[in-house]
Design a protein around this ligand. Structure first.
Ligand code: HEC
Length: 160
C-alpha cells in the first residue's frame, strides 16, 4: 500500500469518526428523545424515574409560586426572594446528564430561562424591588410555563 493510499484511508476514517461524533452531539444536545404526542404536542420520551423527577420539579414550581404570592400579599420582599431563589438555577443542577440528553434544545432553553428568571426575581426583590415589579416579572415567567406546556408533554419510553 502506498503512503498516499494510507493517508487517504486515515482521512476517510477520521471523517467517518467526526461524522459519528457530530451525529451523537446533535442527538444529545439538539434533538433529544421525542415523538409526536397524541394531542399533537411534542412528547419528550423519558424513563419512569426521569418523568417522576420532572413532574416533582413542576409541582415544586406550584409550591414556590404559592409562597411568592403569599409573600407578595404582605409586601415581604425577602420572602419573595427566598421562594424565588428556591426555583432558580440551583434547582436545574438536579437534572442528571442522561436525562438532559433526552430534552430537545428548545425545551432546555425554556427550562433554563425559567430557572434563571426566578434568580432575577430573587435578586431584584433583595435589591429593594417593589411588589409591583415582582408581579410583572412573575407574569412574565408564567408565560414560559404556558409556552412550554402548550408545546410539550412527557411520555414514558416503552421498555426495551
Ligand atoms: C421547559 C418546559 C416547561 C416549563 C418551562 C414548565 N413546565 Fe410544567 N410541565 C412540563 C411538561 C412537559 C409537563 C408534563 C405535561 C404532560 O405530560 O402533559 C409539565 C407538567 C407540569 C405540572 C403537572 C405536574 C404533575 O405532577 O403532573 C405542573 C403543575 C406544572 N408543569 C407546573 C409548571 C409551572 C408552574 C411552571 C412555570 C413556573 C412550569 N410548569 C414550567 C414542562 C414545562
Amino acid at each position: 500500500m502506498t503512503d498516499a493510499i494510507k493517508s487517504r484511508i486515515y482521512l476517510a476514517t477520521i471523517s467517518v469518526l467526526l461524522l459519528v461524533i457530530a451525529a451523537m452531539a446533535y442527538k444529545f444536545i439538539v434533538a433529544g428523545s421525542t415523538q409526536t404526542g397524541e394531542d399533537g404536542r411534542v412528547a419528550v420520551m423519558l424513563e419512569p424515574g426521569e418523568r417522576a423527577l420532572m413532574l416533582r420539579e413542576m409541582r415544586g414550581f406550584v409550591v414556590g409560586l404559592q409562597l411568592v404570592a403569599d409573600a407578595l400579599s404582605r409586601d415581604d420582599m425577602q420572602g419573595v426572594a427566598k421562594a424565588s431563589r428556591a426555583m432558580g438555577m440551583a434547582r436545574a443542577r438536579d437534572v442528571p446528564a442522561a436525562m438532559m440528553g433526552k430534552l430537545p434544545f428548545a425545551f432546555k432553553t425554556l427550562a433554563l430561562g425559567t430557572h434563571r428568571e426566578f434568580d432575577t426575581i430573587a435578586a431584584d426583590a433583595e435589591a429593594n424591588g417593589t411588589p409591583r415589579h415582582a408581579l410583572a416579572q412573575l407574569a412574565d415567567v408564567l408565560q414560559k410555563c404556558v409556552a412550554c406546556h402548550a408545546s410539550y408533554q412527557v411520555n414514558v419510553e416503552a421498555a426495551k
